[in-house]
Design a protein around this ligand. Sequence first.
Ligand code: NAD
Ligand code: TYD
Length: 348
Amino acid sequence: MKKSILITGGAGFIGSHVVRLFVTKYPEYRIINLDSLTYAGNLLNLTDIEEAENYHFSKVDIQNESALEKVFNQFQITDVIHLAAESHVDRSITDPLAFVNTNVIGTVNLLNVAKNFWPDKEKHLFYHISTDEVYGSLHDGGFFLESTPYDPQSPYSASKASSDHFVRAYANTYKLRTVISNCSNNYGPNQFPEKLIPLCIHNIKNNRPLPIYGKGENVRDWLFVIDHARAIDDIFHTGKDNETYNIGGFNEWKNIDIVRLLCEIMDKKLGRSPGTSAELITFVKDRAGHDLRYAIDASKIKTELGWEPSLTFEIGIEKTVDWYLENEAWLTGVTSGDYQKYYDKHYG
Ligand code: NAD
Ligand code: TYD
């Protein structure tokens, strides 16, 4: 094996796309998907590659040091791509400590295990996946650059910012080779239906209200998840040591416009008359401390590594809607006890 790469959070939304890309594109690499399988982690995301010879799954919590050490030893881990995290802002508002435990303490724990396992640190890479939300909220135009000062506003973004700082501190103090990328909002297949886009697709299909926080004027910059996975591949292989790369699609949308677009697309696909699904739009109480606008300047990754999105938003959102409509069983599985039955049968 040329490399033995530990991908944490590989059963989650973005992680599963990264695992699939690496397992299929690099048969010469051993890929170890390490995930504690919270509500957001589902091996159903990876049924198409679970039999691949170079793929292994390990059910471990990143807060558990001795279990991590065992995995590093068993698979002689050469590199880490770290995605495991609590990822939903609303949950971070009701339970901030869960975010500290996984995103901060779990990350430091993983850094410690990697640092101790790799005496020859220059041969190994610790790649930390982060978010543009660490930069705070844009109010007066402009974009987030890699040099934008950190200004996290939610418990989620504060925990991610903290973990980013620890990664940089380990690079400086212990000479761990690291790289960090901060990406904008992702959308696409396999996203847990608590986030805006899959939640709305699911609710439109089932004629349920579409909750829009505040006036729906908040802006997010959306990137198709497979393009994020491609960027991670490029940064892992050609990124410079201890650098930061922002990843984004130059694709800003107000929440209300995105939800209206989803309604239009789904009216057509479900054979409803125009305007039917939009009647489900319901304005609800705003999220506490709701960040107004995120927007990434992704020039550095384009200029230095040649990465850019492969899909337009129009194509990506259509593919996404089709995927959810064609994968009703996945939606039912991840939101019900069916998933537990699948897990017990395969891994129990
Ligand atoms: P997700 O919630 O879909 O998946 C997270 C995964 O981590 C799940 O499989 C979960 O089981 C696992 N996990 C959680 N706690 C764990 C623990 N203590 N030990 C081991 N595994 C654990 O999240 P996602 O949207 O795929 O995000 C993945 C990463 O990308 C996160 O670090 C997130 O901060 C970052 N990110 C996400 C977005 C986005 O739009 N979703 C954008 C930029 C960056
Ligand atoms: P979300 O998908 O939770 O991602 P993030 O908070 O990390 O950006 O939310 C995207 C945007 O949609 C955000 O501005 C909050 C808003 N939102 C709603 O208006 N209604 C909802 O039900 C959800 C989940 C989000």
